[in-house]
Design a binder for this molecule. Structure first.
Ligand SMILES: NC(=O)c1ccc[n+]([C@@H]2O[C@H](COP(=O)([O-])OP(=O)(O)OC[C@H]3O[C@@H](n4cnc5c(N)ncnc54)[C@H](OP(=O)(O)O)[C@@H]3O)[C@@H](O)[C@H]2O)c1
Length: 256
């Protein structure tokens, strides 16, 4: 297997094909229908479709190959986005530690301003830190943390508006890392270009399920995506191409 080390730089520097196997796995993150903006969701789940135990414990459903894959995704994007549920449950660092590559900006979706000021992802380590809140929220975060206040309609901030706001701040390639609620909202809104599902060979038997979308009546109404499958040691990556379902980018089409 060709070394990963030069891939993050090559990925950004030109559109030339990456050395294999990396082009095969990550080349799809380059093509964008939305003016150069790309959003990729990721879910690490058990064979029975769970992303955490009933207590919310998820460290680690995936093994080392799956975790390396997640860190490679982080190394290729401008920003990594998590929901406040994950920020509180896991207190993640969201850095690239397992592979070579730059750390992405860290973004938390926290409409109610619940994120503790001591959260690890707010650490002042030279990387941009952003919190997306609802307009009416008046959060107080450490200096240097960028706050993006957006309207909340029907209980949620529009995922399309979130992507547009990030693009306007120069964050055009975005990883929606979790949790399931956050990834599901972006998927339901047609705001993912790709979804990487890494299935680990374990059965949790109970706990939180992965993607949740509005109910359908019949199986033939299921979202069916073009799919590529990659083996990551004893785990399997399903790389779903959602470009056919991708919603128009709204303001993102007109920015920059
Ligand atoms: N296996 C994996 O790949 C993986 C990855 C990450 C996390 N996890 C696990 O997932 C669990 C947490 O996931 P979760 O699904 O419960 O929560 P989550 O997705 O991390 O956070 C959900 C919350 O984020 C806010 N939010 C997200 N999108 C929003 C939007 N468009 N508009 C407004 N608010 C939005 C809402 O906050 P408010 O409630 O304040 O409105 C929402 O309730 C933890 O157990 C964690 O360990 C697993």
């Amino acid at each position: 297997m060709t070394s990963w080390d030069s891939v993050p730089e090559k990925f950004r520097a030109s559109s030339a094909a990456l050395p294999e196997p990396w082009e095969d796995i990550f080349g799809g993150l380059r093509s964008s229908r939305t003016n150069g903006c790309i959003a990729v969701g990721q879910i690490g789940q058990s064979l029975d479709g769970r992303i955490a135990t009933p207590t919310g414990h998820s460290h680690y459903i995936n093994g080392s190959a799956g975790l390396d894959h997640l860190h490679r995704l982080r190394a290729l994007v401008d920003a990594v986005v998590v929901g406040i549920g994950t920020a509180i449950a896991d207190d993640p660092q969201l850095t690239v530690r397992r592979v070579t590559g730059p750390n992405p900006a860290r973004v938390v979706l926290d409409p109610g301003g619940r994120l503790p000021a001591g959260a690890k992802l707010l650490a002042d380590d030279g990387v941009r830190r952003l919190v997306v809140t609802a307009e009416e929220t008046r959060p107080s975060f450490p200096s240097g943390v960028e706050i993006i206040a957006l309207p909340r309609t029907g209980g949620q901030i529009s995922p399309a508006e979130i992507l547009t706001a990030l693009a306007e701040r120069g964050l055009r390639r975005v990883l929606i890392e979790g949790g399931a609620d956050t990834v599901s909202r972006f998927l339901a809104a047609g705001c993912l270009d790709r979804l990487h599902v890494v299935v680990a060979p374990i059965i949790l038997g109970s706990g939180r399920t992965g993607i949740n979308l509005p109910p359908i009546e019949r199986a033939d109404q299921a979202l069916r995506a073009r799919m590529r499958i990659h083996r990551l040691d004893d785990e399997v990556l399903f790389d779903c191409d959602l470009s056919a379902q991708r919603a128009a980018a709204g303001r993102a089409n007109t920015s920059t």
